[in-house]
Ligand binder design. Structure first.
Ligand SMILES: C[S@@+](CC[C@H](N)C(=O)[O-])C[C@H]1O[C@@H](n2cnc3c(N)ncnc32)[C@H](O)[C@@H]1O
Length: 264
């Protein structure tokens, strides 16, 4: 199966990069959010007050809303575990952001975490397969641009990430491919598979004192990711399983938080 995917991806990935399909997304269908809120009304009220989420109720599907609450709680937990304030003006990156359906959570978390007035954000999302076309005939990039349309400071970059030495205060990798089978099943060419090198590039792109937050699926990925960090000399400040009442994934998720103390 890996061989079939490798051959197919070697042909259709370059074609996507060549044609760069675009078809703007106008609106996301609205759905009632009550079912998600019924499970945790008090936690919703807290998140709403701390992260100014009122507008979320009026937009998008129930599923996207619920998953955004999941990501928001996860990011908050990671930042609490890091135990140090974020700068007033934050330069952050999300590597491998796909169609960025969770951009609202990322933006709200970074803008409002520990900052009552709302910090300045410069937040770039890199995606190496931005022109993959979905069943609705919109590319990932189209969905991402719709998701960030009213989020100032966010930029979607339809390219593979390459090292930007000491550029960022904070970097995220949500569910990076750790095993080649997943990488191939998602349509990427074998030649682009090097998770350790990607992790090293992200690590080197942090300023001294900068934070890396990585989320993996399942214990095997988590262990392999930890080994990658160890080989970079990055000792996690925190490593924890994460679950949320707002959304349940089949495979358990694990979070790693590491601080880059100095350059080198
Ligand atoms: C499993 S998906 C995770 C998507 C998203 N972060 C999320 O939370 O759902 C991993 C993503 O990383 C992207 N990716 C893989 N290598 C990359 C690279 N070198 N630079 C940027 N994106 C990359 C893949 O195309 C894919 O969209």
């Amino acid at each position: 199966m890996n061989l079939f995917h490798a051959l197919r991806n070697a042909v259709d990935y370059p074609l996507r990069q060549f044609f760069r399909w675009q078809r703007p997304v106008k609106t996301h269908p609205w759905q009632d959010k009550t079912p998600a809120l019924q499970c945790q009304p008090a936690e919703w009220a807290r998140l709403c007050a701390d992260y100014h989420l009122e507008g979320w109720l009026a937009k998008g599907t129930l599923e996207t809303f619920s998953i955004n609450l999941y990501y928001l709680q996860l990011i908050e937990q990671a930042l609490l575990q890091a135990g140090a304030p974020l700068p007033d003006s934050l330069n952050a990156v999300d590597v491998g952001c796909s169609d960025w359906f969770y951009a609202p959570a990322l933006w709200a978390a970074l803008r409002w975490f520990g900052h009552a007035a709302g910090r300045q954000l410069d937040l770039s999302g890199y995606e190496v397969d931005a022109f993959r076309v979905y069943g609705d005939l919109h590319a990932r990039r189209d969905h991402a641009l719709a998701a960030i349309a009213d989020l100032p400071g966010m930029a979607y970059i339809p390219q593979g990430f390459t090292v930007r030495p000491a550029a960022f205060d904070l970097a995220f990798q949500f569910f990076p491919f750790i095993f080649v089978r997943d990488h191939l099943e998602w349509g990427l060419p074998q030649s682009l598979f090097d998770p350790a090198a990607l992790c090293a590039q992200v690590w080197q792109s942090l300023r001294p004192g900068g934070l890396l937050v990585i989320v993996n699926q399942g214990e095997a990925e988590h262990a392999a990711q930890r080994a990658m960090l160890n080989s970079l000399g990055a000792q996690p400040l925190a490593a924890f399983p994460f679950a949320s009442p707002f959304y349940t994934y089949k495979i358990p998720h694990f979070v790693l938080v590491a601080r880059r103390e100095n350059a080198g």
